[in-house]
Structure formats: C-alpha cells, structure tokens
Design a protein around this ligand. Structure first.
Ligand SMILES: [Zn+2]
Length: 477
C-alpha cells in the first residue's frame, strides 16, 4: 500500500513536518488549526467550533444552499441544525438560492448576502460542497477585512468534490469570467466520512478528476517558471501531494464502493490539494491549461445560462486533452526548425484575435474585453522574456526530459477515471459538452488568462492545434 508522505489528520505534527519543505511560507504557522477525517466527525462539530473560537453567546451563521443531502438514514442539514441547537448554538441560517440555471454559483451577489448576514462576534459554519464553502469563505473574509475583527470559520465538507475546502482563495464569477480572489483559510475542517460516502457519486468522481489536473498543471507551472514568467514556483506542491497516480489506482475500488478508508484517503488528498495551492500562494500548482480550458467551458455555459457539468469531471477531460497536448509537443517539437522571430505576435493582432474569438460567445464584447485585459499582461511578459525562451530552445533535450517527468500518459489518466467510474468522454458529462464547445475551449482557453501554459507555447510556435484537437476529440469525444 502506498502512503501519503504527509497526513493532514496528524495535527501539529503535520504542520511541523511540512514546514521543513522547500517553498513553505515561513510566515504561516498553523493556518488551519484542526482537520478531522473521521467516521462520526459530525458529532464533534461543537468541539471543533469552540476550538475555532466560536462563542455560544453569539450567533452561529450556518451557510448552505437548498440542496437536500443524506447521511445514512438522516436528512443531513436539518439533522445537523437540530443537533447544534440542542448543543446550545444560536443558529442563524444563511440560505443560498440557485440562479436561473438552477445552480448556485460563486458570484458577488451571493458573497455579499453572506457578508451582510454577519454581525459582531458571530461565527460561520458552512455546510456544503465547494461553491457554498467558497461563498461562505469569501463573505466572512470581506466582513473581516472591513471590520478588522476575526471571524471563526469552520468548514463542514459535504462532498469529496473539489480542492476548495482548505484553500485561502475563492474562484468567483466577475462579469461572467471566473477569477480567483484572494480570501482566507478556514480555521478548521470537518470531514465526516459517512457524509462524504453518501454524497452523490458524480461529485466524488469529480473530486478524483479535479486532482488529476496535476499531470498538466505541474509541467505547466515548471514551464512558466523556466520561461521567466512565474516567480512563485517551488516544489512544495509536488512534495505535499505525493504519488498521486499510485494512490488513486490503489484506492479506486474503495472510492467507488464507499469504503471509509478510501473515502478518507480521497478527502485527505483533496485537502492537500487545497493546501498545495494556498501555501504556494497561487492556484498555479493545481490549475494549468486544463483548468483554463474548463473556465472557457464555464464561460460558455454562463453566457448561455446552461448548467455547468461537474467541475472535476470536466477538468479531468480537459486534463486528458492537456496530456495529449504534452505528448504531441514533447515528441515532435524541433527547436532547430523554429523561426523565433515569428513567435512574437503584435499586441494589435492578438487583441483582434481575442475580441473576435470571444465575440462568438458574448457579442456584447464584455467577456472579450475582460479576457484581453488579462491576456495583454501575458503577452508583454512573453516579449520581455525572450532570452529565457531562447535558452529553453538551446537546452531543449534537457527541458524535454524534465517536462516529461512531470506529465503522465493519457492512458494512465483514463485508466484511473475508468477505475473510479468517472466519465472518460465529453459526451458522458452531464450536461454533455458538445464538440463545438469543447473545441472553442481548447482553441481559445489560452486567450483568457495571464497565466502561461503549454497552450500558449502552441499558439506562439504556430503548432497545428486544429489537427491535434481533431485527434483528441476522436478518442475522448
Ligand atoms: Zn478545480
């Protein structure tokens, strides 16, 4: 059996061990006081709230959406609220309502709703999955920033779905485009294994998918660093997360059948993912081309008021595309045949490309303008760091080996997805993603953000992306 190199259930010992890793931010002592991964952890909620600094003489604001959830035979939310009332808490529910798409999204309106429900001395408990957690997190962060008063915040995680629970960031829709806002850590995390086991299975499969991002995001991060375009790079994330491929292959069966040991392992991996980002002070370690591509799909869904597919499963499909992209580029890129001067397009030509591309999905021009404001920063950086690119070309065989070590064959990713029973084709997502949408995302994702990934290198080097996409769609469509 493969073990986690660092177990987040180990409390202070965990923090002491990871503090020694290169790249650990010295100013962070113990950002999350307690992380519970236990059977019956629900019944320790009161203890955890008190540990986090919550006071029973002030309101406990419970943030949740209106989705019913089960835990064994119980209806989780009313059951938890009744228990907390019995144990002496003054509960004030902050209910998040779905928008026209039928889903709750992390947007400023919902975040403000939380912020405005908070009063002096209160504490916050979120009971929900990634979206409810992010909204509660950022609402309490904004209130804290304004009042200067620390708000105890405990996360009760209801699904092993995304790596949001332990992070100090909040991915939020701003003018329809997803942006990552700096936020706060929770003071404690409760992973009640029965709750996680009984979550809708597609969310759990999504949690595995979201973590598979690392096989694209790790090499993307290294690449950006090597090209002089990311100064935050360290190996902290890689060391924290450990041998992900083997862990997933060993636990796939258990994750699928709801075995509590495997449920706990997935919850821990997901917690480590959130910490890997937060402690690196960037989403970059867990968010490369595959997440940008997923954002490009979210943007299309938002504009069309279409519900979003499960985030992690969408990311997993995009990670497969990213893995194919790496394989193609690493096998076939020849620096000697490259016209380097032609790798530096003018700002004017890229501006019209960005505007024209995004006008296809948002004729108002708002999304295009938002994307361009981020993209121009990347283009300027790319021009300023030509020396690093030339250096990469001169040392390509070394760099290629280094990048290959960070990637993973798409076949292995597909094997993990199949073993956990997650979608392996775009058509299997719910709602299914059509070729037109996936192709748009693959071709234009890099135009949305300032972060450099292999997707940008493909654009700058005039790689034959349409043919590459056609091959990907043939396998994964
Ligand atoms: Zn994600």
């Amino acid at each position: 059996m493969t073990n986690l190199p660092y177990d987040p259930a180990d409390g202070e010992q965990f923090w002491e061990a990871i503090r020694k890793l290169p790249g650990y931010p010295s100013h962070e002592t113990i950002p999350i006081k307690r992380m519970l991964f236990e059977s019956g952890a629900l019944f320790k909620t009161t203890d955890v709230l008190k540990l986090a600094g919550a006071s029973q003489s002030k309101p406990l604001v419970v943030v949740m959406d209106e989705t019913p959830m089960r835990r064994g035979a119980e209806d989780l939310k009313p059951f938890a609220l009744a228990m907390l009332r019995r144990e002496g808490w003054q509960i004030q529910v902050c209910a998040l309502k779905a928008d026209e798409s039928g889903q709750v999204h992390t947007d400023m309106a919902r975040i403000r709703q939380v912020k405005e429900s908070l009063t002096a001395g209160c504490a916050v408990l979120s009971i929900g999955s990634g979206v409810a957690t992010d909204i509660a997190k950022h609402g309490s962060f904004l209130r804290q920033e304004e009042s200067g008063e620390k708000i105890p915040f405990v996360v009760y995680q209801t699904a092993n779905s995304v790596s949001a629970y332990t992070s100090n960031m909040s991915p939020t829709f701003v003018d329809g485009v997803k942006r990552t806002l700096h936020s706060r850590y929770p003071d404690a995390l409760i992973c009640d294994l029965e709750t996680l086991r009984d979550a809708p299975y597609e969310m759990t499969a999504g949690g595995v998918g979201d973590m598979l991002a690392v096989f694209v995001s790790f090499p993307d991060w290294y690449l950006a660093h090597r090209l002089g375009m990311d100064s935050t790079y360290s190996e902290l994330a890689k060391n924290l997360i450990g041998p992900l491929g083997s862990l997933f292959l060993e636990h796939a069966q258990g994750i699928r059948s709801g075995d509590l040991a495997s449920v706990s392992m997935l919850a821990k991996i997901i917690a480590l993912g959130g910490l890997a980002m937060s402690l690196s002070d960037a989403t970059t370690p867990m968010s490369g081309f595959e997440h940008v591509m997923s954002h490009a799909l979210d943007l299309q869904a938002e504009v069309r008021r279409k519900p979003l597919a499960v985030h992690g499963s969408q990311v997993a499909l995009a990670a497969l595309a990213g893995a194919e992209m790496y394989r193609d580029f690493l096998a076939n890129f020849d620096p000697l045949s490259l016209n380097v001067d032609a790798c530096y397009p003018s700002a004017a030509s890229m501006k019209s490309l960005v505007e024209a591309s995004f006008a296809e999905i948002d004729p108002s021009g708002k999304a295009g303008a938002e994307c361009w404001s981020d993209y121009i920063l990347k283009l300027e950086q790319w021009r300023a760091h030509r020396k690093e690119f030339e250096d990469l070309l001169a040392n390509w065989s070394w760099a290629r080996n280094r990048l290959t070590a960070e990637t993973c064959p798409p076949e292995t990713i597909r094997q993990i997805l199949l073993a956990v029973g997650a979608p392996v084709r775009w058509s299997e997502l719910r709602p299914p993603v059509r070729e037109r949408e996936a192709r748009f995302a693959f071709m234009n994702a890099s135009l949305m953000r300032k972060r450099l990934t292999l997707g940008d290198l493909l654009i700058f080097t005039h790689w034959d992306r349409p043919s590459l996409w056609d091959r990907i769609w043939k396998i994964d469509g």
